[in-house]
Design a protein around this ligand. Structure first.
Ligand code: QUE
Length: 485
C-alpha cells in the first residue's frame, strides 16, 4: 500500500536510496524467463523477504541501521507457502511441466500381480556456503564497470549488470578469484548483489560493496527445491517392477529461476539405476510465495533418485525380499530404454554392485545388524547398498562448452586462465595439472589467475559436474596448439 523511505534517506551516512520507482527502466534478474524476477518488489510483494529498496551509506553499519527505518504498509493477500497451498490456491506453474512416458503404463499397472502407492515428502536445504553473498562494483572511465563477485557464473553476472546499467557487455567486467563455497547457491543468486552494487556505483560514481548478513542472505536467496511426490508401482512377487507412475511436485518459489531444468532433472533421475518396463513421470513446478528455489548440488537429481529408492524399499517390504535383491533384479541391462528413451549401453552396474556387495560383506553385515536389532529395543542399525546412475553435464546442451587462455612468457613461465570458478572443489589445481602434463613441465611454472569475463568470454556456469572436464579440455586444447606451434 505504501513505501515511505524518508527516514532512510535522512539517516546518518546515507548516500543513496533506490527503490523500483527510482529506476529509469525496470531491472529484471531472471536467467531464463524474461520479466519474471524484478529486482525490487513494487505494488505486490511476492515473498516475505523480497527486496524493496537498496540503501548505500558511508559505512556498512550505517546502511544497515538506515534500512530498518523504512515504513511499509501492507495488506495481507492469500499466500501459497507449501506445495499443498499452491494446489489449493491454483497459483500455477513457473514453467511448463515435463512428462516422460514409455510403454503402456495403464495396462502394465492393471496387469501387475501387486500394486502399491504412496506419497513422500523431500525436504529442501540451505546451501550454507561459508562465505556469504558479496559483490564489489568499481566504476571506471567511459561508463565501464568492474565487478568482483562471489559468483559461479561470471558471464551471467556480467550480462545482468550490463542490462541493468544499459551498457554493452563489453563495458562490464566480472572477476572472481575464488568463492568461499557455492554448491549451486551462487549460480544465479549472486546476480542480485552484483547488480545492486553496480547500480549504486553507477549512480554515485563511487565504489560500492554489498555484503548481506547471514540472516538476510538466508531469507533472500533460494534453496534446494523441496518436493511432494505421489507414486504408484506395479510389481510381482519376485520383486520385479512392471510399471511406475509418479508426479513430482516441486516448490519453486515466486519466480522460475532454474526451476525448469531442476524439475526436468528430477524426472531424468526418477528411475535411478532401474528399468521401469512401463512408466509415466510428470513434474509439477509450482509457483509459491516463498524465496525462489535454485540450483543445489545434484540439481533435482537427488530428489529423483530418492523416489526410485523409496519405490525399491516399498517393494522389498511388500515382498519380504532384501532391498539389495530388489535392486539387483531391477538394475538396467544392456539395451533397456530409459524413461527418456535413451538406450543403455556399456552398463557396468551389475558387475560393480556384485563386487561391492562381496567386498563389503553386505550379506553378513545385514545378518549381524538383524541380530543386533532383535536384541536391542531402542537403538537400531541399518545398512543399504545403493547404486546411482547420474547424468553429468548440462541438459541445456549448448552450455557444455568452455574456453581457456594460456600464455607462455619469454622465461618459460605459464599464465593460465579459464572460464571455470574455484569454490573449494580444487578446479584450478586440476586444470593446472592438465596444462603441466600437456607441456611436460612442473606445475610450479604455472600461474593460475582469477576468472574474469575479460579473458574468457561467454562461459557456462561452473556447475553440472562439468567444470573439470570442460575447462580442462579447453586448457589442454590451448596448450596443445601452443606446443604444435
Ligand atoms: C546442474 C545442471 C544444470 C544447471 C546447473 C547445475 C543444467 C542446466 C542448467 C542451466 C539451464 C539454463 C540456463 C542456465 C543453466 O544449469 O542441466 O544458466 O540458462 O541446464 O548445477 O545439470
Amino acid at each position: 500500500l505504501g513505501l515511505d523511505l524518508e527516514a532512510v534517506r535522512t539517516a546518518p551516512g546515507v548516500v543513496l536510496v533506490l527503490a523500483a520507482r527510482d529506476l529509469d527502466e525496470p531491472v529484471d534478474l531472471s536467467p531464463v524467463h524474461a520479466g519474471d524476477e524484478p529486482i525490487f518488489a513494487s505494488g505486490e510483494v511476492r515473498f516475505c523477504g523480497q527486496p524493496l529498496f537498496v540503501v548505500a551509506a558511508e559505512t556498512r553499519e550505517q546502511a544497515r541501521r538506515a534500512a530498518r527505518l523504512a515504513r511499509v504498509d501492507y495488506t495481507d493477500l492469500p499466500a501459497a507457502i507449501t506445495i499443498e497451498d499452491a494446489r489449493t490456491l491454483a497459483t500455477g506453474f513457473v514453467c511448463e511441466p515435463l512428462v516422460l512416458e514409455r510403454g503402456e503404463v495403464e495396462a502394465a499397472m492393471a496387469e501387475a500381480p501387486c500394486r502399491l502407492s504412496g506419497r513422500m515428502r523431500i525436504g529442501g536445504q540451505e546451501h550454507f556456503y561459508l562465505e556469504g553473498q558479496v559483490a564489489l562494483a568499481v566504476p571506471g572511465i567511459e561508463g565501464e564497470m568492474l565487478v568482483w563477485s562471489s559468483t559461479q557464473h561470471p558471464s551471467e553476472t556480467q550480462l545482468m549488470v550490463a542490462r541493468a546499467l544499459g551498457l554493452p557487455m563489453a563495458a562490464v567486467t566480472v572477476r572472481c578469484r575464488r568463492l568461499g563455497g557455492g554448491f549451486g547457491g551462487k549460480e544465479t543468486q549472486a546476480n542480485l548483489f552484483a547488480v545492486l552494487a553496480a547500480l549504486v556505483a553507477r549512480r554515485t560514481g563511487r565504489p560500492a560493496k554489498l555484503r548481506p548478513d547471514r540472516d538476510e542472505d538466508m531469507i533472500l536467496t533460494g534453496k534446494r527445491h523441496d518436493f511432494l511426490v505421489d507414486y504408484e508401482v506395479g510389481f510381482d512377487r519376485a520383486g520385479r517392477i512392471h510399471a511406475v507412475r509418479a508426479t513430482l511436485a516441486a516448490r519453486c518459489g515466486y519466480s522460475a529461476d532454474l526451476s525448469g531444468p531442476v524439475t526436468d532433472r528430477a524426472l531424468f533421475h526418477a528411475d535411478n539405476a532401474y528399468h521401469y518396463p512401463a512408466v509415466r513421470l510428470r513434474s509439477e513446478p509450482w509457483r509459491t510465495h516463498t524465496c525462489s528455489n535454485t540450483a543445489f548440488r545434484g540439481f533435482g537429481g537427488p530428489q529423483g533418485v530418492l523416489v526410485a529408492e523409496r519405490i525399491v524399499e516399498e517393494v522389498a517390504f511388500a515382498t519380504g525380499l532384501d532391498p539389495l535383491e530388489v535392486r539387483r533384479r531391477n538394475l538396467y541391462r544392456e539395451g533397456d530404454l530409459t524413461p527418456y528413451h535413451q538406450p543403455i549401453e556399456d552398463v557396468p552396474l551389475q558387475a560393480i554392485l556384485e563386487e561391492l556387495a562381496e567386498r563389503a560383506a553386505y550379506a553378513e553385515r545385514r545378518r549381524a545388524i538383524a541380530a543386533f536389532n532383535t536384541a536391542s529395543p531402542v537403538l537400531k542399525k541399518g545398512l543399504a547398498l545403493t547404486p546411482v546412475k547420474f547424468g553429468i553435464s548440462f541438459t541445456t546442451t549448448f552450455l557444455n562448452q568452455a574456453g581457456a587462455l594460456v600464455h607462455v612468457y619469454q622465461d618459460g613461465s605459464v599464465h593460465l586462465n579459464h572460464g571455470g570458478t574455484e569454490m573449494g572443489q580444487g578446479l584450478f589445481i586440476k586444470v593446472a595439472q592438465v596444462v603441466a602434463e600437456t607441456f611436460q613441465i612442473d606445475i610450479d611454472n604455472i600461474k593460475i589467475t582469477a576468472t574474469t569475463t575479460g579473458k574468457v568470454p561467454n562461459t557456462s556456469p561452473t556447475a553440472a559436474s562439468s567444470g573439470s572436464d570442460l575447462n580442462g579440455m579447453a586448457a589442454k586444447n590451448a596448450a596443445d596448439q601452443i606446443k604444435d606451434r
